[in-house]
Design a protein around this ligand. Sequence first.
Ligand SMILES: Cc1cc2nc3c(=O)[nH]c(=O)nc-3n(C[C@H](O)[C@H](O)[C@H](O)COP(=O)(O)OP(=O)(O)OC[C@H]3O[C@@H](n4cnc5c(N)ncnc54)[C@H](O)[C@@H]3O)c2cc1C
Length: 306
Amino acid sequence: MNQFIMDVVIVGGGPSGLSAALVLGRSLRKVLIIDYNHPRNASTKRSHGYLTRDGISPVKFRQLAKEELKKYKTVNSIEDAVIDIEKKAGIFNITTKKGFNYQSRKVIFATGMKDQLPMIPGFIDVYGTSVFPCPYCDGWEHKNTKLAVFGNKVELFTYIKLISHWSKDLMVFTNGKCNLSDIQKNELKQHRIPLIETPIQEVQSVLSQLKKVILTDGRIIRRDGGFVMTNTVQSSNLPSKLGVEMDEKGRYQTKEHGLTNIDGIYIVGDATKGFAGIVGAASDGYETGIKINSELVEENWNKNLK
Ligand SMILES: Cc1cc2nc3c(=O)[nH]c(=O)nc-3n(C[C@H](O)[C@H](O)[C@H](O)COP(=O)(O)OP(=O)(O)OC[C@H]3O[C@@H](n4cnc5c(N)ncnc54)[C@H](O)[C@@H]3O)c2cc1C
């Protein structure tokens, strides 16, 4: 095999990509991580729920992971964006935005998802600091506080019930007419959870802490934090271009171990799970790294047979 050909190029250096790199480095594999450093959780100051790292800043988490990877000399990392991939004679040619080309036997997409926020003035200031997407990530810090739930998707009712576990002082803002059934509305009433369908004019915050929700009818409602149902889209459409299919929620479809319908292409983390969380993303990367190493062992073994 040409010495300049990588065993694995990992597109994306979040927890899923970095975890795959670690197990592949420990498996003596030539790995290149290409990442343009725009993780999904960039807006948040603290990440929770990763054993031994509960409350760590996402920036620090990446720094620590990259420090650990330095020990594995066959693993390299560059800051760049992958803009094109094609497969020729069983090898992937990878082109980056800075104009470089790399070749690899296998490619892992660890590219994650992006959240689209409601188009409400002031929302961007509170997202990730006092309004969050996931109660498992940030519910404990906001337990029993005055919370807002923002959203109007089909899963809204289930989401409200979930958030109500962390605080009973809940108000639901659908920013327009909602599709909850009369039975569901009645259940909210019984749980004393106000449902506000009036459009929102803006949200106001102090130092990124949500303070007020201002409605278009002039009402001002005091809240100290909240949770939001975002719309999500893939960070990278390259797997689609290669022929990897998506499910109805826009997640790339994978089989076990991150395998896709395209030979040599693997997908891990949020890009296939939707919202893996840091520990789930890292677990995905680890599992796929092991799978790829065992495939490469097989391929090399068979090549040397007469
Ligand atoms: C506000 C917020 C708070 C959160 N808090 C928590 C928490 O407390 N605990 C928790 O467990 N989870 C939390 N999450 C979820 C967590 O961030 C994700 O589940 C996790 O980051 C997924 O990891 P990943 O490796 O799949 O993707 P990401 O971490 O998003 O990494 C993907 C990487 O791929 C790179 N990339 C994408 N396309 C390309 C390309 N073409 N070329 C090169 N690089 C590319 C991006 O720059 C990015 O660095 C939170 C999410 C949000 C939005």
